[in-house]
Design a binder for this molecule. Structure first.
Ligand SMILES: [Zn+2]
Length: 362
């Protein structure tokens, strides 16, 4: 499935879908899942749920969730000269905003802009070492007035994304904005395609969630009313092995295999994932000679939100490691993405009735 996964990822990267403005990706994911699932629905909240019913109704029901949103920005105000003030949607790294191209997703279509900055010639040394607050940054779309911005469809509340598409680096690495979490969406669609060819006994729910980057808000309600036995949040995670990161603090390596998370650090403390679900995936990787890494990830994922749904759903985060998180040049390995999809496919094919997700086996 080599080129298939790459092509799928690249085509998903053309969709702009910042947190809270996921409509383009909701439509796109439903389109992808419809031919692969028995049923695809959208909740009023925006989450997308596709179901592939397994051949044994008594076999476990598994949810694979990936978030449809990406970190981005939103128009906050427009000044009389046509310069656009904006705020962040999610955690874009402030250092990678000025001097970059952005795409304003107006109702009339995309408008390209740049985030301006003080001319180098008059930047004082102390200024050069500082990043201004986002409130002081501005976007220039080449308009001469607020009226001209409005004529081009730019209004308060217009969503914005980085205009940085994917480029291929050496060793199967790809650099792009929104690798987080287009990679996860590509992975779950790849699994759905594989399992459609030869249906497993287990029933699989493919869930696209909204607003992950602004507090796991879609995932908190996505599994509500679904009778699932366990869930896997398929996402990206920060990796080490870059000159300015100490491997003591970041254990994962891009290209070393997908990461099976023990739990999550940050976002209000330490959250431990389901070790039963982790073990199930680990066993599948090992039985099929597929690489994986394991450790704790920095930041929350949909796994910890889904874990708290209903009476509690055993859940784990399974992630594609990526460098330069929440920047326009996030770097990931296509091989890690393929290996994650393969591990999930094997693991789901191996599920039989009687599989227990209880922490102490009966
Ligand atoms: Zn993510």
């Amino acid at each position: 499935m080599t080129d298939e996964v790459r092509d799928l990822l690249f085509s998903l990267l053309e969709v702009g879908s910042p947190s809270g403005f996921e409509e383009p990706m909701i439509g796109r994911l439903m389109e992808e899942l419809r031919p692969l699932c028995d049923e695809v629905t959208q909740t009023p909240r925006g989450n997308v749920v596709g179901v592939q019913r397994g051949t044994d109704p008594e076999a476990p029901r598994v949810a694979l969730a990936a978030h449809m949103d990406q970190v981005g920005f939103v128009v906050f105000s427009v000044d009389p000269r046509g310069f656009i003030r904006f705020r962040k949607l999610g955690g874009a790294v402030d250092r990678s905003i000025q001097g970059h191209q952005v795409r304003l997703l107006t109702e009339e279509g995309p408008v390209i802009g740049v985030v301006g900055l003080t001319p180098g010639h008059i930047t004082r040394p102390e200024e050069a070492r500082q990043i201004p607050p986002v409130e002081e940054m501005y976007i220039d779309i080449g308009a001469r007035s607020a009226e001209e911005c409005a004529e081009r469809g730019v209004r308060i509340g217009t969503p914005i994304v980085w205009n940085t598409g994917p480029v291929e680096l050496g060793n199967g690495l790809v650099a792009t904005a929104a690798a987080d979490d287009r990679a996860g969406l590509a992975a779950i669609i790849a699994v759905a395609r594989e399992l459609r060819r030869r249906p497993p006994e287990a029933t699989v729910y493919y869930i696209g969630t909204v607003e992950e980057e602004i507090g796991l808000r879609g995932a908190a309600v996505a599994a509500h009313g679904l009778d699932v036995d366990m869930a896997v949040a398929v996402d990206t995670c920060p990796a080490g092995w870059q000159p300015d990161v100490n491997m003591r603090d970041m254990v994962y390596e891009v290209g070393g295999g997908p990461c099976l998370q023990m739990g999550e650090i940050g976002g209000g403390g330490f959250r431990v994932g389901s070790q039963v679900v982790r073990r199930w995936l680990m066993d599948a990787a090992e039985a099929n000679g597929l690489p994986y890494q394991t450790g704790f990830m920095h930041g929350g994922t949909d796994a910890s939100a889904i874990q708290q749904t209903g009476s509690g759903v055993p859940a784990v985060a399974f992630s594609i490691p990526r460098l330069y998180s929440h920047s326009p040049v996030e770097v990931l390995s296509l091989e890690d993405l393929r290996n994650l999809a393969k591990t999930l496919t094997h693991a789901i094919r191996g599920l039989r009735r009687g599989f227990s997700t209880l922490r102490v086996q009966p």
